[in-house]
Design a protein around this ligand. Structure first.
Ligand code: DGL
Length: 270
């Protein structure tokens, strides 16, 4: 790989909206997406265990790809492990955390809804985010781990009735609390954004962090002086899967539609 790539890490396919947006913004750079499918789901793990899992995934990415930065494209991994990653490794990290700050800036004191994994809604990092950026707002948090599972199995190809079944409970809670906006605090959920919006209705805004995180990735890439001059043809980007199992159909589709080279973590760098 000629240039040092930007690496993205998630437990599965949740981080692709971030990967896609920054590939569009930085087409002259190579991008490596690491789906830690062997450790999926992150959202049901204890903090210490998850921190160790994420640290070893980053170790692997550094050994195999020497990335210029790592985007932790997963709210669960970011709230649990971002501080430890920054203290452990010398390269820059861009985290993805629930967009409480933009939601409070745009929709005032709320109430604000947050839909995320169990780990994220329970994590002290998120309570601190709320105290800091939305101290006046009531934030209603709901966990939707079942939705993460469905999306990981199918990508965005889930039937409307399956989505309705799994989202009915969380959406009813948010509706009862009369939230004005809902933060999508799990990257997997962005794949079914339109469906969530249709269940919430037009009166409730959906907020995610794709735009803000992409701006930050572009800023960090711009500050990196170690890059060779841009190559005339776009560099090859790579999808790495940590599981040894057969490549799931959803990943085959993702790789094909984006022209990505598929690798297994144990194979090392392409
Ligand atoms: N995509 C991850 C997030 O943003 C969570 C998925 C999982 O539980 O593994 O939180």
């Amino acid at each position: 790989m000629a240039s040092r790539p930007i690496a993205y890490l998630d437990s599965g396919l949740g981080g692709f909206p971030y990967f896609d947006a920054s590939r569009r913004a930085l087409p002259h750079l190579a991008h490596v997406y690491y789906a830690d499918t062997a450790s999926f789901p992150y959202g049901e793990r204890a903090p210490a265990e998850l921190s160790a899992i994420v640290t070893s995934a980053v170790d692997r990415l550094i050994a195999d790809f020497d990335p210029m930065m790592v985007v932790v494209a997963c709210n669960t991994a970011s709230v649990v492990a971002l501080d430890a990653l920054r203290a452990t490794f010398a390269l820059p990290f861009v985290g993805v955390v629930p967009a409480i700050k933009p939601a409070a800036e745009r929709y005032g004191t709320g109430p604000i809804g947050l839909i995320a994994t169990t780990r994220t809604v329970e994590d002290p990092y998120v309570s601190a985010l709320i105290r800091r950026y939305a101290p006046e707002s009531r934030v209603v948090m709901v966990a939707a781990g079942g939705l993460v599972d469905r999306i990981e199995r199918n990508g965005a190809d889930i039937s409307a009735s399956e989505l309705n079944d799994v989202l009915r409970g969380p959406i009813a809670t948010l509706a009862t609390e009369r939230v004005r906006c809902v933060v999508l605090g799990c990257t997997h959920f962005i794949h079914v954004r339109n469906h969530v919006q249709s269940m919430l209705g037009d009166g409730v805004a959906l907020v995610d962090s794709v735009e803000g995180v992409t701006r930050q990735i572009v800023r960090v890439a711009g500050a990196d002086n170690s890059q060779p001059s841009p190559s005339p043809s776009p560099p090859q980007s790579v999808l790495v899967l940590s599981s040894r199992a057969e490549i799931p159909a959803a990943y085959e589709r993702i790789a094909r539609s984006r022209g990505l080279l598929v690798h297994r973590a144990e194979e090392g760098a392409p």
